[in-house]
Design a binder for this molecule. Structure first.
Ligand SMILES: Nc1nc2c(ncn2[C@@H]2O[C@H](COP(=O)(O)OP(=O)(O)OP(=O)(O)O)[C@@H](O)[C@H]2O)c(=O)[nH]1
Ligand SMILES: [Mg+2]
Length: 217
């Protein structure tokens, strides 16, 4: 019985995801579903990419189980942001994305959808995005692509965040790539965005998204 309910839930979600895709497309908006563990550096990445993109307007739909901290921080930087609280749910679904998109009301630009911090459930829910970006942070460990295969194979691109911590945590970069390449050929952007230090690698993420945006019809 539960299996049937889950199937129905996912089918309903996928139908709304197609409607979201049409909505974003009609507004010439590139939607980026940004996934990753809690604290992997998702909001920091959005903030840094927005600065780097410069002329391209950037908005954010922020998903969290509680609080509006992330949306408030991005608003301070001048990004149109909407906060969605899932009230305990461990992922965003298509239904809530439309509400968030209507709140920020963007035309022409890139909208980040920061998913709830979780390496498992978000990989089951299409939100109507154009790009699936995974923030995998160095302190989580180099073995994560071996252990969270659905998420690492779902992502179109991977931002390997907090690379400044590689030495401190003994991150085995070759092992990370071994695990990732067993399940995915996604491009990897290695970034360091430590507060108070010169950022590294953010241009790679920004250029990747700029190209995707420019190739929208
Ligand atoms: N050293 C280092 N710290 C970073 C880097 N990027 C982010 N951080 C720090 O990591 C912490 C979490 O960053 P966030 O951007 O809030 O992470 P998040 O994934 O949005 O977190 P949630 O939304 O709570 O899941 C903050 O203290 C950041 O300053 C980085 O490249 N290097
Ligand atoms: Mg965040």
């Amino acid at each position: 019985m539960e299996v049937i309910l889950m199937k129905e839930l996912l089918e309903a979600n996928d139908k709304l995801a197609e409607e979201n895709r049409a909505y974003f497309s009609s507004r010439h908006v590139l939607a980026v579903n940004l996934m990753g563990s809690p604290g992997s550096g998702k909001t920091t990445l959005i903030s840094a990419v927005a600065r780097e993109l410069g002329e391209i307007p950037v908005g954010a739909i922020e998903g969290d189980i509680a609080s509006s901290i992330d949306a408030e921080n991005l608003e301070k930087q001048g990004l149109h942001s909407a906060q969605i609280n899932t009230c305990g749910e461990c992922h965003l679904d298509s239904r809530v994305i439309r509400d968030g998109a209507e709140q920020i009301d963007m035309k022409n630009g890139i909208v980040f959808i920061e998913n709830v911090g979780n390496l498992i459930c978000p990989a089951e829910f299409d939100l109507g995005e154009n790009v699936r970006l995974l923030a995998a942070s160095v302190p989580e460990g180099d073995d994560k692509p071996f252990k969270y295969v659905p998420m690492f194979s779902y992502a179109d691109a991977v931002a390997l965040t907090k690379c400044d911590l590689m030495e401190a945590v003994g991150f085995d970069r070759a092992n990370f790539f071994k695990g990732l390449r067993a399940v995915s050929q996604a491009p990897v952007f290695e970034v360091s965005l430590k507060k108070g230090q010169k950022t590294q690698g953010i241009k790679g993420v920004a250029n990747y998204l700029r190209k995707k945006y420019e190739s929208l019809k």
